[in-house]
Design a protein around this ligand. Sequence first.
Ligand code: MN
Length: 233
Amino acid sequence: MATKKAPAIKKSAKKPRARKAAPRKTAKRAAPELTEYRRKRDFSKTPEPEGGKSSGRVKALRFVIQKHAATSLHFDFRLELDGVMKSWAVPKGPSLDPSVKRLAMQVEDHPMDYNTFEGIIPRGEYGGGTVMLWDRGWYTYGQLDPDPVARLREGYAKGDLKFVLQGKRLQGSWVLVRIRRGSPDKPQWLLIKHQDEFARQGDDIVAREVTSVATHRTMEAIARGKSRVWEGD
Ligand code: MN
């Protein structure tokens, strides 16, 4: 998980939270999916992680949502699949209201160690601006199945990706549906909450929850502070 050149790696002052069963690194291999991610960034200038080797084994799958004040504010929604974080930029962020469909523009796969990044991407660099860890946790296929990861891969390939989130702020059943708009290499999807006990009609969670789930900082405080690569989990 160690990044080679991340300049401002700091340990959290707080004790790391109790680890859940996290996938550990086993077979090391470079992740070719990260070529575009690396091409866009100058790691001598940005504190973002370069992305190490991906894990060859998948058990619990991670998700993370980063609030990102770049040229325009958006929420980066990332789901682990096959050793990388599949990523979507959601301009309005997630909604707990099943009647609300949020546009989610797929972007390049990100490295797993991006999941702990919170801080400032320097102005002039790709995605320059403040990044907050807005939510994170685990996700699953959600239905009993002998091979849940295979079902998630199928859903992703079909453009009908159903999943269940277990985060601090987002829980329950969701779907990402690919729509026809957008270029073939940058498909557009819709992020929709399914009706379940975690659905909330009319709720605006992104307006209600405005601090980091990792450091409890606001965007303004993060912008004033140091970039951190969180090593807590
Ligand atoms: Mn972004």
